[in-house]
Design a protein around this ligand. Structure first.
Ligand code: URA
Ligand code: SF4
Length: 224
């Protein structure tokens, strides 16, 4: 039944104020993920940001602190952005899913992340659309497969299409949700997730790949 499909939509206030959205997301019951998380983690950054970086979901540290990309993956991302010439103060960072999904862990142990499923990604999308509608980004960076699929549809393959600035697609997965909210000449680029860099066998090579992709973003922004 249509009205039983999990969605955040009824919890998203109509507003162009990111702080109001950030407050409202704490009461979201759009899917079950709020039950096991400490708090929702909304995006962070200036409302006039040029670029929006979209990750997967908060990690263990983010869940405790309530801020995106402040744990190990976030530190790596900060370093890669600086090296690529992307101005952090002109960048907004957020996640496809706003609550931390994880396996239970023994007390005091770091909880192990579990990837959100399609239902949860789709349920949470209204928050991401609301962020876009305030930010009207010029550049959107999908960090990893979950973000790329949330933005570009389930058949998008980061491994094959990373590092390439693409015009905002009008034929992708539910593009109407986002298309009205990005700037006319907006582009989207997918790259590896910073957590995947941390897990890679050859971390240096994976890191250089991330920096190279982010450099493409910085250069594309500068030349438009
Ligand atoms: N990984 C993500 O995708 N997002 C965060 O905020 C932290 C780690
Ligand atoms: Fe709402 Fe998203 Fe949290 Fe689910 S994950 S409860 S849709 S904010």
């Amino acid at each position: 039944m249509a009205d039983t499909v999990p969605t955040a939509a009824p919890f998203v206030p109509e507003t162009d104020d990111l702080d109001r959205l950030r407050e409202a997301v704490q009461s979201c019951r759009g899917c079950d993920l709020y039950k096991e998380a400490t708090q929702a983690v909304f995006g962070a950054g200036p409302p006039d940001a040029d670029a929006v970086m979209v990750g997967e979901q908060p990690g263990d540290v983010e869940d405790r602190q309530g801020v995106p990309f402040v744990g190990p993956a976030g530190k790596l991302l900060d370093r890669a952005m600086a090296e690529a010439g992307l101005d952090r103060s002109r960048t907004y960072v957020t996640n496809a899913v706003k609550h931390f999904k994880h396996k239970p862990a023994a007390p005091g142990k770091r909880r192990i992340h579990e990837s959100p499923n399609r239902t949860e990604i789709v349920a949470c999308r209204p928050w991401l659309v609301a962020e876009f509608s305030v930010l009207h980004p010029r550049a959107v960076v999908a960090l990893g497969a979950v973000a790329a699929k949330a933005l570009l549809g389930p058949s998008f393959r980061v491994t094959q299409q990373r590092g390439i600035p693409m015009p905002w697609p009008d034929s992708a997965y539910h593009p109407e949700d986002f298309a009205a909210e990005v700037q006319d000449n907006a582009f989207v680029l997918a790259t590896i997730h910073p957590s995947a860099v941390l897990r890679a066998d050859d971390r240096d090579a994976a890191y250089r790949g991330l920096v190279d992709d982010l450099r493409v973003v910085a250069e594309s922004l500068a030349s438009r």
